[in-house]
Write a protein that binds this ligand. Structure first.
Ligand code: GCO
Length: 420
């Protein structure tokens, strides 16, 4: 049984659902001929115009919380110029949540940045923490009175994870060169060359430091400084608001001999951020599956394991494992800000949610300070470079008409608030 004031809801991100995020870095990237995107975000789910309908569907199903992001590229399309029309738009979204008895949980930055920020050096530039704090102060001043929870950055550790994957891929490509397997290195290098030229034209550099790119140790410091500066700005504008950030956290496990690799992986994902989180009111935990470490790094998914559309192992038990591990070192509140499954089988989505929430309830029995669970995602949406092919949503969206079709899982999630 979940506490009466427990927050049960769903999450989205502006760029993935709103549509026409034309001042953002992603909007520019998606249009490059060698971008790697399956398709552009375009109108996405037209949530910008349909947010009232979507919030009403959540309320009707019994959800009492909605995590969404305010798009920096809409609020500050040019450096130092704040757009009043876009500010009013988000004021309406927050108001609509409140009118429907839904707690708005705001994320200030969910992977997308204003194009001008990336042209200035993006998430490797020493100027970014101050730029981000200025935006955070503006949001705190405009909306602080209406909010209780603000996440500064979504998945602050994603860049480090991308850097690790890039290293592993490069090493594999190098190895491929040695064994002359059927890898078309020439074609890959040409595409890389084309992409570099296109990036130079749009971003002024071959390697734009967008948020989800291979981040350096300096870039990781920049992200931590940006978080601390935004937290300070928010607290100054709205002292009552609880401030935190979210981290992408795998349930890191190991086989014998993989213990050191697992410790290093967990340090990269979580432990080394603890100092900058010391003044945070809460941590947004985002978990989708587990990672099993061997002596030489992460192991393939176990033979025969069930996998999702994203090729993650089906493993809802991982959420509770991560919550328990985080709670050992982080003393603030915990919010599950993302947990979900990309699947065409909605009954399986209900199974996933049921098992994940059983784990959360067991954690609550053990007095972990978990305040809410936000399922990813409210609706099938733009899954970044994979386009609209992944279906995480509690609501299906007709790609032609944008008509919403709630799935059984939406009502199932809402029913968990009163479940025994
Ligand atoms: C992330 C992002 C979301 C994703 C979700 C499914 O964690 O990558 O927060 O934007 O869409 O996680 O991959």
């Amino acid at each position: 049984m979940l506490p009466k004031d427990f927050l049960i809801g769903a999450a989205t991100a502006a760029h993935q659902v709103e549509g026409n995020n034309i001042h953002s870095d992603y909007w520019a990237q998606e249009r490059l001929p060698h971008s790697g995107f399956q398709e552009p975000s375009g109108l996405a789910c037209d949530h910008y115009s349909r947010f009232e309908e979507d919030i009403a569907l959540m309320a009707k199903a019994g959800l009492n919380a909605y995590r969404f992001s305010i798009e920096w590229a809409r609020i500050e399309p040019e450096e130092g110029t704040f757009d009043e029309k876009e500010t009013e738009h988000y004021r309406q979204v927050i108001r609509c949540c409140r009118e429907h008895g839904i707690e708005p949980i705001v994320t200030l930055h969910h992977f997308t940045s204003p194009l001008w920020l990336i042209q200035k050096g993006g998430w490797e530039a020493d100027t970014t923490p101050a730029d981000f704090a200025r935006y955070a102060a503006y949001i705190g001043e405009q909306f602080g009175a209406e909010l209780h929870y603000v996440c500064t950055l979504n998945e602050a550790n994603m860049g480090i994870q991308v850097a690790q994957v890039a290293r592993q891929f490069f090493l594999q490509m190098q190895a491929a060169g040695k064994i002359q397997m059927g890898v078309n290195l020439e074609d890959l290098m040409k595409k890389t060359g084309d992409a570099a030229r296109e990036n130079r034209e749009v971003f002024g550099t071959e390697n734009p430091a967008v948020f989800v790119s291979a981040r350096s140790a300096h870039g990781d410091e920049i992200v931590m400084q940006a978080h601390a500066a935004a937290r300070k700005a928010l607290k100054k504008a709205a002292p009552h608001v609880k401030v935190g950030w979210t981290l992408s956290l795998h349930d890191v496990q190991s086989i014998p001999g993989g213990e050191e690799q697992a410790r290093e992986e967990w340090d990269q994902e979580f432990t080394h951020y603890l100092p900058v989180m010391a003044e945070d009111d809460f941590l947004g935990v985002q978990n989708y599956s587990r990672t099993i470490m061997g002596p030489k790094g992460s192991l393939p998914i176990p033979e025969g394991a069930e996998v999702t559309q994203m090729d993650y192992e089906y493993y809802p038990e991982g959420l509770a494992h991560v919550l328990r591990r985080v709670a050992k070192d982080f003393s603030g509140e915990l919010l599950v800000t993302e947990n979900g499954i990309a699947t065409a089988d909605d009954a399986r989505r209900c199974d996933f949610i049921r098992t994940a929430l059983q784990g959360v309830e067991a954690c609550l029995v053990d007095k972990l300070p978990i305040k809410g669970y936000l399922y990813w995602s409210l609706m099938d949406n733009f899954e970044w470079q994979k386009g609209f092919s992944m279906t995480f949503g509690l609501i299906a969206v007709d790609r032609q008409t944008m008509a919403r079709q709630p799935k059984e899982s939406l009502y199932f999630l809402g029913s968990r608030r009163d479940a025994e």
